[in-house]
Design a protein around this ligand. Structure first.
Ligand SMILES: [Zn+2]
Length: 610
């Protein structure tokens, strides 16, 4: 496969036009400069450029030779059309439902991640589909809160997890509840699909890279008028007086509503997945009796909200800022373990992988940092599990329930990278989020498992500037701005990247813009970059995925999950049982070695991103 290479060399203010170079092998042409290039292989893009001459700006793009031929595009589109014509809706119920939520993963973030991940895999980038891109059905989701046009993660979690829109900063309550007014909570609670799935006999799990008490995961189990009430130490006096509970306490006591056997019986046959005959159903009931309360995988960060004030953290025993924070002196992990036989608590990667493959573990809680987990690129992969590893561990445990499972997986720190104005952190975490989707897609069958991938809201993140094909997503636009300075393709509408000092914008070069901690420039100064208000995408595959179409309210996501799983209020969904079986035995047996390998590869690839 050939590539035409465009080399473009710009002196300060006079950028020449790109120079198309013909031939089936990459050819580099340079204009009046001292430049050293290593051998450039067509696919790997690992070429080292050594630029001598401080005032020069270099960018090079690649034109694949085959893409010059109209037949290439006609053939590719015809194939895509053929796939579309053959697409058949899967009209059964879903035994399992997995919701992947990229916090703050707007459509521009998805596209930029596609380019980044493609290049990490040795491709040019934009042509290479993400795992979520390969799902057959897509819709747009309108993310506004009842009281805000541009939403937050709390009100949106209520929408896509409970099916009812709520107000900004409130979780698991209708819009009749008011922010920070504890006495408006009671009577306004709305129930999550996860809660209803559990009532129907399914196992449930929450996996996130943020703290497990954070707004998005909390939408699965909590009811609160203030998303920041992580522990009792955060509750104001009047909230304590009125009896409002902190989110950590609700995590332990709301997620584990014990399943009564009559409810299990009612759940069979509806969302019972592969249980098609009465004898199988009876057998399954016996299994469930043995696994009484077989529910609950909780993986993420958030240790400090679970332990009494001053309790040293196991990972940072000498750091006084990482100790437990609970003023009520409760040890919620201990309380959680006392509730269930077979409940295991872990706080590092090694213990997680062991627990996940131990069939005696019926409840698994893994808390890997005192608060949020680290960005993927900052993790110590011997100590911290990746999102992909946590997803695999959760699937191993949850898939043992013959009645199926409901799993929520969040790439929680995509949002934080954007808030910090550091696109590198946001996009590399989105790559890992997509890796987790790929893993779940591989480990489950589309015949019995509905997978949705979406976001709660977007960010004021953009990329533009007519960058050349194959160039870094973190790189510069090939032309100078009107102030004769360079600018990065990625820019933020607002945020901490605002750097207008003394009336003039700072210049930027390639080595600066490729630094992982670089803050892309923003038009307006804010200590934390803000969310964006445009629609986000919903990608879907599996039973009832074909209902994902058109422009929908964000609440549609929750209702679709409830309908496909035949749980309340759609227990009379009238859908046939799924035909396929996700390979639970395989899941339980396979060690997560591939995930480890992928983590190691990311580390190896990281230098090429700088
Ligand atoms: Zn946010």
């Amino acid at each position: 496969m050939g590539r035409h290479v465009w080399i473009r060399l710009a002196y300060n203010r006079v950028p020449p036009s790109p120079l198309p170079v013909s031939g089936s092998h990459p050819v580099l042409e340079l204009q009046g400069s001292i430049l050293t290039l290593c051998h450039h292989t067509a696919m790997q893009g690992a070429c080292v450029l050594l630029l001598l001459g401080l005032q020069l700006q270099l960018s090079f793009g690649i034109i694949p030779v085959e893409e010059e031929d109209p037949a290439f595009w006609n053939r590719q589109a015809a194939q895509a059309l053929d796939v579309a014509k053959k697409l058949q809706p899967i009209q059964t119920a879903a035994k399992n439902v997995i919701l992947f939520l990229g916090d703050g993963m707007g459509v521009p973030t998805v596209t930029a991640t596609r380019i980044l991940k493609g290049q990490m895999n040795g491709k040019l980038g934009p042509e290479t589909p993400l795992a979520m891109d390969q799902f057959p059905y897509v819709a747009l989701s309108k993310t506004y809160n009842v009281d805000r046009q541009v939403p937050d993660s709390a009100g949106t979690a209520t929408a896509y997890l409970c099916g009812v829109k709520g107000n900004y900063k409130t979780i698991g309550v209708s819009a009749a509840a008011r922010y920070n007014q504890c006495n408006t909570t009671s009577g306004n609670e709305v129930t999550s699909v996860m809660n209803r799935a559990k009532k129907a006999g399914k196992s449930v799990g929450v996996v996130t890279t943020s703290r497990v008490q954070h707004a998005s995961p909390a939408g699965a189990y909590a009811h609160t008028v203030n998303r920041n009430w992580y522990s009792d130490a955060d509750l104001p006096t009047d909230a304590q007086t009125y009896g409002c509970q902190d989110i950590a306490t609700q995590l332990v006591y709301n997620m584990d509503i014990d399943v009564r056997h009559d409810e299990i019986g009612a759940g069979l046959g509806r969302g019972g997945g592969t249980l098609s005959t009465q004898s199988q159903a009876t057998h399954s009931l016996g299994v469930l009796k043995d696994l009484h309360g077989f529910v609950g995988v909780i993986l993420g960060g958030g240790r400090k909200y679970m332990f009494p004030e001053g309790t040293p953290d196991p990972e940072y025993p000498n750091d006084v800022n990482q100790t437990g924070v609970r003023k009520d002196k409760r040890n919620l992990v201990q309380e959680w373990q006392a509730k269930h036989q077979g409940a295991q608590y872990v706080w590092n990667r090694t213990a997680l992988l062991q627990a996940a493959s131990d069939s005696s573990v019926t409840h698994l809680m893994g808390l890997f940092e005192p608060a949020d987990m680290k960005y993927n690129v900052q993790q110590d992969h011997t100590k911290d599990p990746t999102l992909e590893e946590m997803t695999e561990a959760a699937l191993q445990v949850l898939s043992r329930n013959p009645q199926g499972f409901y799993l929520f997986v969040e790439g929680g720190r995509i949002d934080h990278g954007h808030h910090e104005g550091k696109a590198y952190m946001a996009l590399t975490d989105t790559v890992m989020f997509d890796n987790a989707i790929a893993k779940a897609n591989e480990l489950t069958s589309e015949l019995d498992t509905l997978i949705l991938a979406t976001a709660d809201h977007s960010h004021v993140f953009s990329f533009g500037g007519y960058t050349l094909r194959g160039t870094s997503i973190f790189g510069l636009a090939p032309s100078k701005a009107s102030d004769s300075k360079s600018y990065t393709s990625i820019l933020y509408g607002n945020g901490p990247g605002y750097a207008l000092g003394g009336g003039s914008r700072p210049d930027v070069n390639d080595s600066t813009s490729e630094d992982p901690s670089y803050r892309q420039q923003a038009a307006v100064p804010l200590s934390s970059e803000s969310h964006g208000g445009e629609d986000v995408a919903v990608f879907a595959r599996g039973p009832q995925a074909h209902l994902v179409h058109g422009v929908q309210e964000e609440t549609f996501v929750a209702h679709l999950m409830a309908f496909a799983g035949c749980v309340e209020p759609y227990t009379d969904c009238n859908l046939p049982d799924p035909a396929g079986v996700s390979d639970a035995a395989h899941l339980a047996a396979s060690p997560p070695s591939l995930a480890l390998l992928a983590g190691a590869m990311l580390l190896l690839l990281a230098p090429t991103l700088y």
